[in-house]
Design a protein around this ligand. Structure first.
Ligand SMILES: Cc1ncc(COP(=O)(O)O)c(C=O)c1O
Length: 430
């Protein structure tokens, strides 16, 4: 099976998300900025060449655990090592190592802005999404009052929910959960019913890390704004699979984590300037307040990881950005769905429309941890877990104990998908 696949052989760009309630790839703005998907019809991806850039993919092990954290191309590791060798300093001195650090940081702000389609001064770096979300939600909550309401979605990872629950606990606020439809899409009727004059924030995951369901982020942001609330987006899972344009969707705050898209362990947020310039940051007093986003970064940043982040964005652009990634990943997902036996239950949306290629499954008659253990023996990496940190969704799906998560990403290939399908068949028979 040829690794290289022309996008036009896979689902067309206009079908890239299919569902009208999702931001279609052809609708994604910012493509001309480098990482968008609007030119998807003419893009192709050379997976063999991509895989050659990852030492970790040379061992014959098939990684389908990208939703928990991806493999990283060697060049990213090399950029980190180089920064430690040649730019070990702090910001602001007049000698070479310090100036290199300054350059790494500015480049990282520019590249994050390009990745998210925002302004570099709106970029805020932190250790991971969870920590950034606790910090930034607390900062925003300084303007909230007892009785104010925060809406979260029942599709969310708890890193998008727990910070608001803690704020509500401390400040006598109310957190309400927006319900899901049976296919795990957001129930917009319920969202509209729950929005009201006390709603101050609507927080939601753009894509589910468990079932892969994509939420129409633009629609949620518009409804939040109509109600006078902030739109707060967890893009951690989405960012690995689809292009992001914060302006297009209208998010006030959006956070993602580069280790989910072939980068180092970091968190990156984008805060709309007109919103965050009104916030009072938690910061050490002499620390810089310009550019704007730096006001919300605490302490010294991991500059070597920012160098790795810069190499990650270069890597993604060099393989064709999301114009190449989106149709290829969708073809892998479709191949998987086409080859699945009836003994495998898929939770959430049944086809590729309105989702990213992350699947939550159970195999009839076999406990999820036994499925994962058996696949590990076959050199295939997946996990079994109960809630996948998505507590509302876990309740809603109602399966017993655990499930298996299978996550495809652009460095996977068709041969690996076929091996997975065969291994799943064997699990059932043994
Ligand atoms: C959808 C989603 N949100 C938030 C998080 C938390 O991200 P981090 O590990 O960067 O704190 C994860 C992690 O898996 C996730 O999948």
């Amino acid at each position: 099976m040829a690794d290289a696949l022309r996008a036009s052989d896979a689902l067309g760009a206009s079908d890239a998300l299919g569902a009208s309630d999702a931001l279609g790839a052809s609708d994604a703005l910012g493509a001309s900025e480098g990482l968008g998907a609007s030119e998807a019809v003419s893009a192709s991806i050379d997976v063999a060449a991509i895989r050659a850039r990852f030492s970790s993919l040379q061992q014959g092990f098939a990684f389908f655990d990208a939703p928990g954290g991806t493999q990283v191309p060697d060049e990213v590791g090399e950029a980190i090592a180089e920064a430690l060798r040649e730019a070990s300093a702090n910001l602001g001195a007049g000698y070479a190592t310090s100036m290199r650090v300054g350059k790494i940081l500015e480049e990282a702000e520019d590249k994050a802005a390009r990745f998210l389609s925002c302004d570099p001064r709106e970029v805020i770096f932190g250790p991971n999404m969870t920590t950034l979300n606790f910090a930034l939600s607390r900062t925003a909550a300084r303007a909230l009052r007892p009785g104010d309401e925060i809406l979260v979605s029942s599709l969310d990872h708890d890193a998008g929910v727990a910070p608001w629950l803690e704020i509500a606990h401390d400040g006598d606020l109310v957190v309400r959960h927006v319900a899901l439809n049976d296919d795990t899409t957001l129930d917009f009727g319920d969202l509209e019913r729950k929005l009201g004059p006390r709603t101050k924030v609507v927080a939601f995951a753009w894509a589910s890390n468990a079932v892969g369901t994509v939420t129409d982020a633009r629609r949620v942001c518009r409804l939040a704004h109509d109600a006078g609330a902030l739109a707060w987006v967890d893009a951690v899972h989405y960012a690995a699979h689809e292009p992001i344009d914060v302006r297009h969707i209208g998010a006030d705050l959006l956070i993602c984590s580069p280790y989910k898209f072939c980068g180092p362990h970091l968190g990156v947020a984008c805060g709309r300037a007109e919103v965050i310039e009104r916030w009072r940051p938690y910061k050490a007093r002499p620390a810089p307040t310009r550019p704007l986003g730096r006001s919300f970064e605490t302490g010294t940043l991991p500059y070597e990881l920012l160098a790795g982040f810069n190499a990650t964005i270069d890597y993604l652009e060099s393989i064709g950005g999301f114009a190449a990634i989106v149709p290829y990943e969708r073809s892998l997902g479709q191949r998987f769905l086409d080859g699945l036996s009836d003994a495998v239950t898929i939770y959430g949306r049944p086809g590729m429309a309105g989702r990213v290629p992350t699947f939550l499954v159970n195999v009839e008659g076999v406990a999820a941890q036994d499925v994962a253990a058996s696949l590990a023996t076959a050199q295939i990496g997946v996990w079994a877990h109960d809630s996948w940190y998505s507590l509302g969704l876990y309740q809603r799906l109602g399966y017993k104990d655990k499930s298996v998560r299978i996550g495809f990403i652009h460095y996977n290939n068709a041969e690996e998908v076929d091996r997975l399908l065969e291994a799943l068949d064997r699990v059932r028979r043994t």
